[in-house]
Design a protein around this ligand. Structure first.
Ligand SMILES: [Zn+2]
Ligand SMILES: [Zn+2]
Length: 255
């Protein structure tokens, strides 16, 4: 079994951490790990976040993040790749996708050779929607949902990524639109199939005490019906959380 979305985040790049990750994986019957970091951690991807200037709180959030060079990550990957482990380790990035900076992103990514790339919508027209519930107050929820799914479509059509991250993360704070979401689920599922992309069922929100973690059940069924590969993902930010809630998540890895 694969855990397709695991962060280093604030943990140090050292071999002891890899041993700890491998041990947790083995204890949970997981034999493949997709390890990654957010693009917002790396100086080289600062250009991506230009659109956050349109949304003050989101821009402040980005600017107060400490960034390092991606060279530190890549040097560490090379050290790990020289060693043997009882589980398969793949290395990649979780890229914050902004339609506004897609062309520059495509150019920047040509410099690297990752095993996989997860594309995630974390920002809607500059708004970092998953940080604080209060930041939603006074916003047009219907419009946020429409834009979220439109940006997701553009992400898939960019052909940059191997996997779409947490495809209905927009529901994080349980604000819901006035319209039916099924046509949006259908459209995303069909596009994922057409563009031969995987997606994920992500338990990450469970760590923050949210009960609505994982994909909407109907969305999952539609993805399954379309034959889209849906990988289980812990979105772990600490190695102890690898495989978290996997018994509760559905997946379809048969395709
Ligand atoms: Zn994410
Ligand atoms: Zn993540």
């Amino acid at each position: 079994m694969l855990d397709s979305h695991i962060h280093f985040e604030h943990q140090p790049y050292d071999l002891k951490l890899i041993d700890d990750m491998v041990n947790v994986a083995l204890s949970k019957g997981i034999d493949e790990l997709n390890l990654l970091d957010h693009t917002h951690k790396f100086k080289e991807f600062e250009f991506l976040y230009e659109p956050t200037k349109k949304d003050e709180k989101s821009y402040i959030w980005y600017k107060t993040h400490k960034t390092i060079s991606i060279k530190e990550y890549i040097d560490f990957i090379h050290i790990v790749q020289k060693r043997k482990y009882p589980v398969k380790l793949n290395f990649g990035l979780e890229v914050c996708y902004f339609p506004e900076t897609e062309d520059k992103l495509r150019e920047e990514l040509k410099k690297y050779d990752f095993d996989f790339l997860i594309g995630s919508v974390h920002f809607i027209d500059g708004f970092a929607f998953d940080i604080k519930k209060e930041n939603w107050y006074g916003r047009d929820i219907d419009n946020l949902y429409k834009r979220y799914f439109k940006i997701t479509e553009l992400l898939i059509k960019s052909k940059i990524f191997t996997q779409l991250g947490h495809p209905d993360a927009i529901k994080i704070f349980s604000f819901f639109p006035s319209f039916d979401l099924h046509p949006y689920y259908e459209k995303i599922a069909k596009l994922l199939k057409e563009y031969n992309m995987m997606t994920e069922n992500n338990s990450g929100f469970a760590r923050h005490g949210f009960t609505n973690y994982g994909l909407n059940k109907d969305f999952f069924s539609i993805l399954e019906k379309e034959g889209v590969r849906v990988n289980k993902s812990s979105d772990a930010h600490k190695y102890e959380d690898i495989g978290n809630k996997f018994d509760e998540l559905q997946s379809c890895n048969l395709y």
